[in-house]
Design a protein around this ligand. Sequence first.
Ligand code: CO
Length: 202
Amino acid sequence: MKYLKSLFDSNREWAERISREQPSFFEQLSKQQNPEFLWIGCADSRVPANEIINLPPGEVFVHRNIANVVVHTDLNCLSVIHYAVEVLKVKHIIVCGHYGCGGVRAAMDSDNHGLIDNWLRHIRDVYRFHREELEAIEDMEVRKDRLCELNVIEQVSNVCNTTMLRDAWSKGQELAVHGWIYRLEDGLLHDLDVTVKGESGT
Ligand code: CO
């Protein structure tokens, strides 16, 4: 191969190691996927879904974008949710943000970041909804971290308001939506306690 040989070498070692440990792993996984979880997270390279929850291939369906935003007109994200809910019938959707998120930070400054500012607009909206609470926090680092949390909570609400979730819950499908946040400094997840299990909001 001509390019990125180190990555192919690394892939081969990984596949060989798994095959050694579980000889039928890839063959079985190739027949179907049956994940219980949909993970909606940030594209940040330091927040890889499977590694953080220590799950092997096949266990978690994943959608990632900058700052883990769920936009009602984003066909990409909506299609992932649709497939996860209606075909895979996942039991849990986890929106996972992280402290120190570059997208959230960029949404709080007045610099020109180019095209991405259109995407970050959604986070600026979250800021606007919670301006009073946020501006009462004097420490800018704490304020940014709080916006990371509020952004997750807002996106949980956006997931819950999609037609797919409403339809699933109206049919009595077992499905919960959770909001989590990850800390880069210690590798630990925290539950923001905003889990929604149905239209009753409990
Ligand atoms: Co991020």
